[in-house]
Design a protein around this ligand. Structure first.
Ligand code: AHM
Ligand code: MG
Length: 339
């Protein structure tokens, strides 16, 4: 039966949709997979709980600063921690007891955490995340986010790197959470991109959009233009062309916020190589791959350069950095045509 089949005019609710929470969305997806064990859904539920907990911490960010005493102690006398560390801890603790998780890797930790090393025939997963992307925005009450990527553990190998160092095209799922005026979770499990908003009054993420499609074109670019003089010439040529053609510039300085705007409104997001970061600043595994997967699933493009998909990069290090050019298909083309 069509999930929306009972939204008929007989109820007088013409145009209103069924209410679908993230939990029921995940269950619906699970029911479509005949051999699903529920392990994967259980991991997504840990990510959803983490998002709610991080959202609650982010909301109190400045209050904790004020209520905590000088010297970095909070009202309970505990050492105050940076929110990046708190967010990282929340994710590790929620994922830690999920049987389906074999390995966790975080932008915040030098080494991956191996939770279950055994190859016992069960399908297990690796979860990689950037716990609090754009955290310098917190000081000015700007948007921050969490980004995550899920890979299947390589059952043939006990070596951690074989499971983690897979190209982005092998991701089973990816998503991000934007902690802005509302808390928004965007998710792909490889069959479209869906958006959920946290309703704080009931503590649940509610689906607000299914199968998002990124606009094919939009005269908007998003990058740190302060680095312009150290960009390779092609990016400078692009900026010159875009400014002659009436483009707008929008940059929040938090990838989650910038990519979210582009997903909904179109445009191109870039982090080119700079003198300070010759390979680009953004991390392949925690930022570029999950965002690239989402953008491609929404019908856009995600490249590291002309003809080079982010998702095809064979990683050699879990913390490696990459150039990122992603967004509306036509707008990405305008950039790479000049590189
Ligand atoms: P972070 O994960 O340490 O917060 O750094 C990544 C952030 C991205 O969110 C954002 O796109 C970029 O760094 C901004 O960098 P810059 O300040 O150089 O423009
Ligand atoms: Mg980041």
């Amino acid at each position: 039966m069509n999930a929306n089949a009972d939204n008929s005019s007989s109820t007088g609710d013409v145009g209103r949709r069924n209410i679908v929470t993230l939990q029921s969305h995940i269950l619906e997806e699970q029911l479509r997979q005949p051999h699903a064990t529920g392990m994967f859904s259980w991991i997504l539920s840990a990510l959803s709980i983490s998002a709610k907990m991080i959202a609650a911490s982010v909301r109190r960010a400045r209050l904790e600063d004020v209520l905590g005493s000088v010297g970095g102690h909070n009202v309970q006398g505990e050492q105050q921690q940076k929110l990046d560390v708190i967010a990282n801890d929340i994710l590790l603790r929620n994922l830690g007891n999920r049987q389906g998780v074999a390995i966790v890797a975080s932008e915040e930790n030098e080494e991956p955490v191996i939770l279950r090393a055994q190859n016992d025939g069960e399908t297990r997963y690796c979860v990689m995340f950037d716990p609090l992307d754009g955290s310098s925005n917190l000081d000015v009450c700007g948007a921050v986010g969490t980004i995550f990527s899920i890979l299947r553990k390589d059952r043939r190998s006990a070596r951690v790197e074989d499971s983690l160092l897979q190209p982005g095209s092998q991701q089973v799922a990816a998503g991000y959470v934007l902690y802005g005026p509302s808390t928004v979770l965007v998710l792909t499990i490889g069959s479209g991109v869906h958006m959920f908003v946290l309703d704080p009054s009931i503590g649940a993420f509610v689906r607000v959009a299914e199968n998002l499609r990124i606009p094919q074109r939009s005269k908007s670019y998003s990058l740190n233009e302060g680095n312009r003089l150290s960009f390779p010439q092609g990016y400078q040529d692009y900026l010159h062309w875009a400014q002659q053609n009436g483009y707008s510039s929008r940059y929040a300085g938090a990838m989650v916020a910038d990519v979210h705007r582009i997903l909904l409104k179109g445009g191109v997001f870039m982090y080119p190589p700079t003198a300070k970061a010759p390979k680009g600043k953004l991390r392949l595994m925690y930022e570029a791959n999950p965002m690239g997967f989402i953008i491609e699933q929404a019908g856009g493009k995600a490249l590291t350069g002309p003809g080079a998909r982010i998702l095809d990069v064979q990683p050699i290090d879990i913390h490696q950095r990459t150039t990122v050019i992603l967004g509306s298909s036509d707008e990405v083309d305008h950039v790479v045509a000049r590189l």
